[in-house]
Unconditional design. Structure first.
Length: 397
């Protein structure tokens, strides 16, 4: 079935459900520490009777991204959703042009586009990964499992970090990522390598350094790292192009890459050698496919990052991560690492070889549990009402 042969959907309604879910463990990064994961779940209904789900994984504070739960609710409700209502689409790649007059807001746009991808996959009886593969050359059929790793936040001591790493290794994770910041980097890497010289290890700085730290960062080369993620400013490519030639370790860009054009610029300038693709950060799977094709054509290692998505966003990212051009382990851990329970079923479980099975059913392959959704919306309303007084989402019918 080619894209032109897909059955279209007509978008009848989109409902927004802001939720807050307690995290099993807080994820300390160089920019903060929240006990709850907030998100907006989008339920899109079609005239044909199919329902698609998407997730806008904005945060409460503008930490990772400039967007927040408040901006996302506002922009979705006032500007994005009205642009797609009533539209008949055969391909979710028709959505970005409809939203192009709204500048920015990639996380919000991603949630809406993701709901359309899910609806179209369900309408055509295809698992989402199979639908993605329709947009790629032959030979890019999805695998039934995605290779994954685990991310560990900043801990009080090296000993505590080692304890968590050993627990994750015992669970079966084959790639360990540690968050670092100034004052918590060399000592950490040295301590971990002294005990675990052979594990697949990478570090993520979340923009905690400047180019003046180049000499310091070069010392990370001693620790046989898979990569060093986003050492410099969140909006920078140029200074990374000055840092990468000074380091043997491969730099991976995350926050700085918002489009296929950014990926091309970063690679041409030599700012990095690896790309972390967060579909939400690049405004959706249409742009994600463009980045995938760019990386495939230029042999750039690629992996899928995470924003602590609930099962809705995680399932779609897992489908994308199962495509063979995603060549490095992705940040998509088992559900139990984040939520107990998640908002959807079934939960994702880690299998041997540090892999997670991609759901086989149509669309994202997981189902939102109405009782848990209600509870998570209630938690949002109780905990965060003052942040968006006029926007509490629409009732669950
Ligand atoms: Mg990162």
């Amino acid at each position: 079935m080619t894209v032109a042969e897909l059955k279209p959907v007509t978008i009848r309604s989109v409902q927004l459900y802001p939720v807050a879910l307690p995290l099993v463990e807080r994820l300390g990064t160089s920019f903060g520490n929240e006990p709850f994961k907030a998100a907006i779940l989008l339920r899109l209904e079609t005239v044909e009777g199919v329902t698609g789900w998407g997730e806008t994984s904005a945060e409460i504070n503008p930490g990772y991204s400039a967007e927040t739960m408040g901006t996302s609710l506002h922009v979705l409700q006032e500007f994005l959703v009205p642009r797609v209502l009533g539209k008949c689409v055969r391909s979710a790649t028709e959505i970005p042009p409809l939203l192009a007059q709204v500048r920015g807001h990639p996380l919000a746009k991603h949630g809406l586009e993701a709901a359309v991808w899910d609806a179209l996959a369900r309408q055509n009886g295809l698992p989402l990964a199979q639908l993605f593969a329709r947009y790629l050359p032959a030979g890019h059929e999805p695998r039934d499992r995605a290779l994954v790793g685990v991310s560990i936040g900043i801990q009080p001591t090296v000993a505590e970090t080692l304890g968590i790493i050993e627990k994750r290794l015992a669970e079966g994770y084959g790639r360990i990522k540690l968050k670092i910041k100034p004052g918590w980097d060399l000592e950490l890497a040295r301590g971990v390598r002294a005990t675990l010289p052979d594990i697949t290890l990478m570090l993520d700085a979340n923009s905690a350094y400047t180019l003046r730290d180049a000499e310091h960062l070069r010392q990370l080369d001693d620790f046989n790292l898979l990569m060093v993620e986003q050492p410099l400013a969140w909006d920078d490519i140029y200074e990374h192009s000055k840092l990468q030639p000074q380091m043997r370790s491969d730099i991976c860009l995350d926050e700085s890459i918002h489009s296929a054009n950014d990926a091309r610029l970063a690679l041409e300038l030599g700012a990095c050698r690896i790309i972390n693709l967060k579909p939400a950060r690049v405004s959706g799977y249409t742009e994600s496919l463009a980045i995938y094709r760019f990386c495939m054509e230029n042999q750039v290692p690629l992996w899928i990052g995470g924003l602590l998505e609930t099962g809705v966003g995680r399932a779609a990212n897992l489908a994308f991560a199962s495509l063979p051009g995603v060549t490095l382990p992705s940040d998509i851990s088992a559900t139990s690492r984040y939520y107990d329970p998640d908002i959807s079923e079934p939960a994702f479980e880690l299998e041997s070889g540090s892999r997670i099975r991609v759901p086989r059913g149509p669309g994202i392959g997981v189902e939102v549990q109405p009782d848990r959704l209600q509870e998570a919306m209630q938690r949002w309303r109780e905990r965060y009402p003052y942040r968006v007084p006029a926007l509490q989402g629409t009732p669950l019918s």
